[in-house]
Design a protein around this ligand. Structure first.
Ligand SMILES: Cc1cc2nc3c(=O)[nH]c(=O)nc-3n(C[C@H](O)[C@H](O)[C@H](O)COP(=O)(O)O)c2cc1C
Ligand code: SF4
Length: 449
């Protein structure tokens, strides 16, 4: 089915389209399933709505959240979503995706503690649930930037598809990877002291830990076998369990949709077909190490954004429709949960479906495909949708994200980011950029579609 702009008029329209693409998941008429609480061990979620990690690229140079960062989290805190992140936060100055990416260390930790408190206060003031909040710990690997915003890639291995033309990037050594383990553990310790409910060990979207999962051609103890490729995340999660004692989750690329031998979770002959043999081994290992939440995602926003976040416009036309891409994702989450149900599973990518997403998510949760549904861009565009949905059973289509990719365009061109269409602050910011300097939609990158 071809990629085209969102045009469903009603639920039956969506249902017909699901049948046409061979999916027999029929959206629920109502979305009350999303209001059901969820308990897993000592973790309690007030409902099934998750806000995915969303970077605003607007921290201080020091790595502390700025006033603009705090504005975003106040909006999220008032939403009523039971699960929320504090976005990708670097554990090391050499692994920041931009010079204003959040970073946690001894100096910045008090500001994170303040942010965590503020989230609770705002939730209380607004009479919504006190969310379960995870901080996402990351090293941006090949997408790291220097303080002057020039690329400063730290790669797990050279990759002709992704390496900048004519440049051989620095390959991180085994000793440096050993040292990074300690940084994650220390960051988790600081996050616990700062009052976070959970740490997320980010292993997705081509950043360092995710890239390592595809390090089949790397030599040494971090490359080659599955055991070697998963060594760092294995060691980090075991040590956090044993030495820190905070709830853990992993935002996981279930499949990269990136060619073998570099792609993880992909069929060797056709990288568009997921092969979950290794993702299943990884999930077993993570759960064994005490990870309680697997937040599933896919793709690489720099290489194949349609896999990562179905869109209407982004400068190229993807090979399949947004609904097929979404259903491919949901089916992979279902397969993982069926394989090992001993964790909370969160599925991503619901934003593109606008007001119909809660109905599809409800059906999938009811049929035990996963436990919670996650929204990314919708949290920028329409942060109050969870409590509106929980109160009225509906989302307002006039407030929904239109999947226009302008927030990503802002981010890729070195700006702070938020919803250009629905949040006046970013509308004004976008319009203040002279026409000739306005971010252009990113062409598709390297994948030949
Ligand atoms: C502007 C922007 C910032 C993002 N920041 C993060 C991040 O910090 N960490 C992360 O894991 N994913 C990040 N993502 C990906 C989202 O969490 C989410 O997976 C993606 O947008 C697909 O979900 P959606 O279709 O509901 O938007 C970001 C996406 C966008 C557009
Ligand atoms: S700019 Fe707003 S409407 Fe456009 S994709 Fe981003 S969140 Fe959605």
């Amino acid at each position: 089915m071809e990629h085209k702009v969102f045009a469903y008029k009603d639920l039956s329209d969506l249902t017909d389209n699901l049948i046409a693409i061979g999916q027999n998941l029929c959206p629920n008429k109502d979305s009350s399933v999303l209001a059901r609480p969820l308990s897993f061990g000592s973790i309690h979620m007030a409902n099934r709505i998750a806000f995915q990690a969303m970077e605003g690229c607007d921290g201080e140079i020091s790595g502390e959240p700025s006033e603009l960062t705090r504005r975003r989290y106040r909006r999220f805190a008032a939403s009523g979503a039971a699960f929320q992140y504090v976005e990708a936060t670097a554990v090391d100055a050499n692994g920041r995706a931009n010079p204003l990416q959040l970073m946690i260390n001894e100096q910045t930790a008090p500001a994170f503690a303040q942010l965590r408190k503020e989230i609770r206060t705002v939730a209380q003031e607004n009479g919504v649930c006190d969310p379960f909040v995870a901080i996402q710990l990351t090293h941006s690997g090949r997408y790291s930037k220097a303080p002057d915003r020039s690329p400063a890639p730290v790669v797990a291995y050279p990759d002709p598809e992704r390496d900048p033309k004519g440049v051989i990037p620095t390959v991180i050594t085994d000793d440096q990877l050993d040292a990074l383990e300690e940084k994650y553990v220390q960051a988790a310790r600081l996050a616990k002291e700062a009052g976070f409910d959970c740490v997320d060990i980010k292993c997705c979207h081509g950043y360092l830990l995710s890239e390592l999962m595809g390090a089949r051609l790397r030599k040494g103890k971090y490359g080659g076998s599955f055991e070697n490729r998963s060594r760092l995340i294995n060691n980090i999660t075991r040590r956090i369990r044993d030495e820190v004692g905070i709830a853990m989750m992993v935002r996981l690329n279930v499949h990269d949709e990136y060619p073998y031998p570099y792609g993880f979770g992909v069929d060797e002959k056709d990288f568009r077909i997921p092969d979950l043999t290794e993702p299943k081994l990884l999930v077993d290992m993570l759960i064994q190490n005490g990870v309680s939440i697997i937040d599933c995602t896919a793709g690489n926003p720099y290489y194949n954004p349609h896999v990562n976040r179905p869109f209407d416009t982004a400068g190229y036309v993807p090979p399949v429709s947004q609904l097929e891409q979404l259903m491919k994702h949901l089916n992979t989450v279902r397969e993982l949960k069926e394989h090992n149900p001993n964790a909370i599973y969160i599925a991503s990518m619901f934003t593109w479906l606008r007001q119909f997403a809660p109905h599809l998510a409800s059906a999938a949760i009811e049929q035990k495909w996963f436990d919670m549904a996650g929204w990314g861009r919708q949290s920028f565009a329409y942060p109050d949708f969870p409590h509106e949905l929980l109160d009225t059973g509906e989302m307002n289509p006039k407030k929904c994200c239109l999947a226009c990719s302008k927030c990503t365009d802002l981010m890729r061109t070195g700006n702070v980011t938020g919803c250009v269409l629905r949040d006046q602050y970013y509308t004004d910011l976008y319009q203040s950029i002279p026409l000739e300097k306005r971010p252009k939609p990113s062409k598709n990158l390297r994948e030949k579609v």
